[in-house]
Write a protein that binds this ligand. Sequence first.
Ligand code: F6P
Length: 369
Amino acid sequence: MTTHPTRIGILTGGGDCPGLNAVLRAVVKEAVFHDIAVVGFEDGFLGLIEDRAKVLTADDVSGILTQGGTILGSSNKANPLRHPVGQREDGSWIYEDLTERCMQNLRRHGIEALVVIGGDGTMSCAKPFADRGINCIGVPKTIDNDLWGSDVTFGFSTAVETATEAIDRVRTTAASHHRVMIVEVMGRNAGWIALHSGIASGADVILIPEVPFILDEIAHVVRLRSKRGKRFSIVVASEGAKPLGGSQIVDRVVENSPDPIRLGGIGRWLSSEIEGRTGVESRYVVLGHIQRGGTPCAVDRVLATQFGDHAMHLLRQGARNRLVVVQQGELTDVDITEAAGRQRLVPLDHPLMAAARSVYTSFGDDPEL
Ligand code: F6P
């Protein structure tokens, strides 16, 4: 007979994302049904470090399916392995490994298993606990869709819907004013949001980090369109896109964050470069955190509910240290440690790349290559 835990912990780590509450709701409702107590830690791993926790009841998660964000709060800076505990005189930070303190907190709450909802950084943070005997079950979250091991993460579809709607709106201004409009979308080092929203909105140029672009090639596309009487162009640029031989534009470095680099600024740069090369007036918009906010779309509500249900299924079956994933359309699970710190980038031979090229969308690269 398999034994399952009677008391579990749950936290949401990393950047917030539509569908987090839907997972919390699924896990807590199912746990309560099976007499499993759920302790929610606030603000991701920070709540575990600082022992900020509360028991979640079915009432706590009632009515949150459609709410964006996370009722538990999140942090994309907290890492128990390397927690800032003070500053030296020269301003540099002093870090300590607080894993043992977190283990004490888990023991105090009688927690046998931990459901961690997050991206690659969160899965990395879970590893030391799995190594110390806490059963960690991961649920893949991120608008970037870049978690290794899963074909899709919840939050991604909502971000694509939001970006697509925004690009559609920008198109009318581009057409009316005969401009190049550049829309900068999120995604870190992965171009999934740009690729999907660019295809969905019929963008003329899609720039993704996986395909370094050539400015003259983008200018060529804009000029060609003008010659054909299309006096405007839409460029969707992933925040991580970079020119051939160049580097990504870093907006800021967030000290103490497991992934300190925050990208941003490519839209502004492209706007002036493209206008300079083509003479066509250019503007840029940065969609930023709008892509992470708001109510999850139906696809994400369903996916998040399935993920939460599968996480509970794994716990009740006695499975250990698994990450819930979707592979080839099937809900399944893999070893959680495999996903830690790994990113799933757009493969250059991905069918969507070919589909985009077949409708004459440029990736700003040399089409002959
Ligand atoms: O990982 C999600 C994400 O929104 C990325 O697309 C983006 O690069 C980053 O988080 C932004 O982080 P922050 O909220 O710290 O600015």
